[in-house]
Design a protein around this ligand. Sequence first.
Ligand code: CTP
Ligand code: MG
Length: 223
Amino acid sequence: MSVMVIIPAAGSGTRFGGPIPKQFQPLAGKPLVQYVVERFLLTEAARVVVAIPELLLTTIKQAPGDRVQFVAGGETRLQSVINAMKAAGDGYDVVAVHDAVRPFFRIDTFARLIDVAREHGAAAPALPVTDTIHATRDGRLTATVDRSNLVAAQTPQCFRFDVLRDSLARAEREKFDATDEAGLAAHFGYDVQIVPGDPFNIKITRPEDLALAEAHFAEWSSE
Ligand code: CTP
Ligand code: MG
């Protein structure tokens, strides 16, 4: 059984702001993306494909046998994942997609997601929504949404190779965009199983999230 990991790391971090994209901000002295790549190198992943801003590609030296491969990202997160999938070639049973800006994914959850994806086709970690969710218009509350069936999506999201390849190809053909691949696979009719996520598997979106991550890192021990 062979697992490939795709890490989209080619965004510009507009909500985070600042002079460098957030995936290159340091956590515990390392750029976030490096932290995440190194964590995947502790897992069974045979290959880690990282989509980075095209401009940076020339600064990276890569040997053909490397376990980590860098490719140019695209305009959207989905396009970055498509580029990585095309560059990686085939021969993998399961593909995982993980945000470069989620440093605290659990390795045991990853193993479970791989198992569930092999059995069902796709698996995504998510947490039940705990806040009350309101719909608004022009700054006014218009309705309260029933949250009983709502979950907040996390990564790594895992797919049988053919499920992800087909979903990405159809998205490209039909010019369908999605903010994650689990939603995409479900849109194209695949069975996407939800696996319990982890509250500490936060996504660094705004500067406050990085402050939280630094605080969490201090008391965090890897499993
Ligand atoms: N991403 C990517 N290529 C893009 C856009 C996003 O590879 N064209 C990556 C980001 O680098 C990040 C992940 O997708 O690792 C999750 O996206 P998000 O948190 O939205 O990051 P950004 O798009 O960079 O941030 P923002 O939406 O605030 O601009
Ligand atoms: Mg974005």
